[in-house]
Design a protein around this ligand. Sequence first.
Ligand code: HDE
Length: 682
Amino acid sequence: MARPMYNTEIGNAGETQQKGGEALTTNSGMPISDNQNSLRAGHRGPTLLEDFILREKIFHFDHERIPERIVHARGSAAHGYFECTDPIPELSRAALFAEKGKKTPLFTRFSTVAGGAGSVDTPRDVRGFAVKFYTEEGNWDLVGNNIPVFFIQDAIKFPDLIHSVKMEADKGYPQAGSAHDTFWDFVSLMPETMHTVMWAMSDRAIPRSLRMMEGFGVHTFKLVNAKGAASFVKFHWRPRLGTQSLVWDESAKLQGADNDYHRRDLHEAIAAGDFPEWDFAVQVFDQALADSLPYDVLDPTKIIPEEIVPLRVIGRMVLDRNPDNHFAENEQAAFLPSNIVPGIDFSDDPLLQGRLFSYLDTQKSRLGTTNFHQIPINAPKCPYANMMRDGLMQTAVPKGRANYEPNSLDLAAEDPGPRASASGFMTAPQEVAGEKLRIRAETFGDHYSQPRMFWHSQTENEQAHIASAFVFELSKVGLDHIRSRVLANLQNVDPGLAQRVADGIGMDLPAAAKPFRAPVELAPSDALSIQKNWKPTLQGRKIGLLFGEGSDKAEIDKLIAAIKAEGGSVFTVAPKVGMLKLKGGEMKADGQLAGSPSMLFDAIAMILAPDVAEKLAKDSAAVGFVNEAFVHLKAIGHCNGSKVILARAGIEPDAGVGHYSKLPETAKHRYWAREATIRDLA
Ligand code: HDE
C-alpha cells in the first residue's frame, strides 16, 4: 500500500483541493505542501519538535497581540484626503493650506476613550478624532476629540484622570463607562473637570455615527506665516451630515444589538461610495483678543464661542477608502501631537506641552521599537532622512558612513548625508521670562462660567438629557459623600440642574462648593446645541423596512427608490431571511426581525399584508421594533394593516407617525416634542 505522505483529505470538510490564491509559504518563502497536518512519528504518534512549519506558525500566532492603547484603545479608521478650499498663506506657510484645490492624503482614526480594544462602540464617552495628514513637508497629526474641551488643565493629572475612569483597579469593572465611584470621586475633587463633564453628560457623548461628529483640536495652537508672524488658532471639523446623536436608552441597547455599530456604519458607508465629509475650519485670533477674554486661551477647559471668534472654513476632509487591514493600519497607527509641519506651532497650553512627550513615549512600549515611524501607516509620504540609526526592527538600509553631523565627507567625494536647511521648521519666537514654579496660573481659576454657558445654550430636551445622565451616573456611585460633592459643584453651574439631579438620586442639596474664582455670566451660544443646529436630511440615515409574505412589492420598491433618491439607505427586515413570496414578486430580507431591532435604524417603515400584520401584533420582536422606534423618537411609516401593531405597542400617533409614503420627509427628523409624552423630563 502506498503510504500517503500528506493526507489532506481527513479533517478537511470535503474540500480536498482549494483552488486559487498564490503559493502558501513559510516566512522565509519556502513553499508549504500541507497546511492541515503537523509532522508526527507514525500515523498516531507524537508530534515532532522538528516540525519547523508548525512551530513558526504557532510562534507567530502566540505573539499576534500587542499592548492596546492605554486610552483610545477601541478605534475605527479610514483613509482619505484633505482639500484646501480657501488658502491662508497670509496666516500659515503650511504646504497643505497653500493653494485652492490642493489635496493632501490623510488617515483618520476615531475612538472611544475608556473601553478596551474589544469593548463596545456606543458607551457614553468622549470620542477621539485623530487625523494624520501626509503633507509634502512631513506628517501633521491633529490628535483631537469630538468635544472641544478637556477634563484637566495640566498633563500631570492625566494618569490620575485615566486611572479613575478606567475599570476599577480591584474589580476589573465597569468596562467602558464612567458611571462608578472612582471617576466621580476624582471629578468631584477637581472642579476644573466640570466643563468637560457637562459635555460628557450631554448627547455629544453618544454620537449617532462617527460620520456625524464634530472634531476639535481642543488646544490653542499657532499658525505661522512665511515671514515668521504667528497668530493663535483653534481647529474645528464640521460634519457635512450635521451633528447627530443617539438617545441614551438607544445607545445602551445598541451595545447588545450591535457592539460594532459605529465601526460598521463607517465601513459600510465608505464601501457604498457614500464618503463621509467634514469642513475644516479655523478660529484665528491675536494676543489682543486673547487678553480681552475673561478666561485664558491656554486653558484647555475653555472654548472661545464662535460668536466671539467666527469659524473660517478653509478646507474639507473626505474619507474615501477603508483600511485593507485592521491591525496593520488602525492598530499600528501612531499619532503624535508633536508631529507638526512648518507653518503650524504649539502654544504654551500645559496639557498640550505634556502630550508632546507622552505620545512619542507610549508608541515605543506599544509598538515595541523606536522605529515605529517606518511602519507603512506611520511613514511620511515625502522623503525623510536623518542620522538616527539602528534600533529594534530597523527596516531601512542606510548606505555610506555619514551617520554623524557635521561632517566633511563630501570633500572626499562621499555622500555626506542629509543637512539641515534654513527653510525647515522654525519655532515661532516668543519671549519667555519668569521664575521656575510648580503652579497653576490664576487665569485658569474660573471653573464654572463655561459649564454654565454650555447649560444655558441647550434646548429643554437637551437639558433634560444632561440632568438624566447625571442621575444615571450618580445612581451607580456607591459613596454618598462623592454624590454630595458632585451636587455641590453643580450648584455653581446651575442651581436648577443641581436640584433636578438631587431629586433624581433622592439626596438633599448641599451648599455650593467654594469657587476659586467667582464665575462670570457668559452669553449662551447656539452653536453648542445639537438640536438647534439639526440638519434635516436623509443623507447618512438608514431606514428599517419591515415586510413579510404577501407584502406589496411595487410599494416596497417605490418607497426604497424615494428614500434612496434623497441619499438615505434602506435595510429590509422580515420574519425570515430566506426568499419570501410577495404580491407582485419575491424578495429576500437583509435581516431577520429578532436580530434587527429598530435601534439599528433612524426611522422604520412597515409594509405588511393584513394577515401577516395580525400575526406580528402577537410577536414581541415586532411590537418591540415599533415601540422602541417610538420611544427613541423616530419616524414610523406604516400601512393600514400594520396599525394593529401600533395599537398593540400602545402608540398614539403624532407628527412622526403616519403613512409610509410620508417617510422620505418624516425620517429626516427626530421627534423631540414626543419625548415629554413618554418620559418625565422634569
Ligand atoms: Fe491623548 N493619549 N492624552 N488626548 N489621545 C493617547 O497615545 C495623553 C488628550 C487623544 O487614535 C495615547 O497613541 C496625555 C487630549 C486621541 O491612536 C497617550 C494627555 C486629547 C488619542 C495619550 C492626553 C487627546 C489619544 C494613548 C494629557 C484631545 C488616540 C495611545 C496631557 C485633544 C489616538 C496613544 C489614536 C491617545 C496621552 C489628553 C486625544 C497615552 C498625557 C486633550 C484622539 O499617549
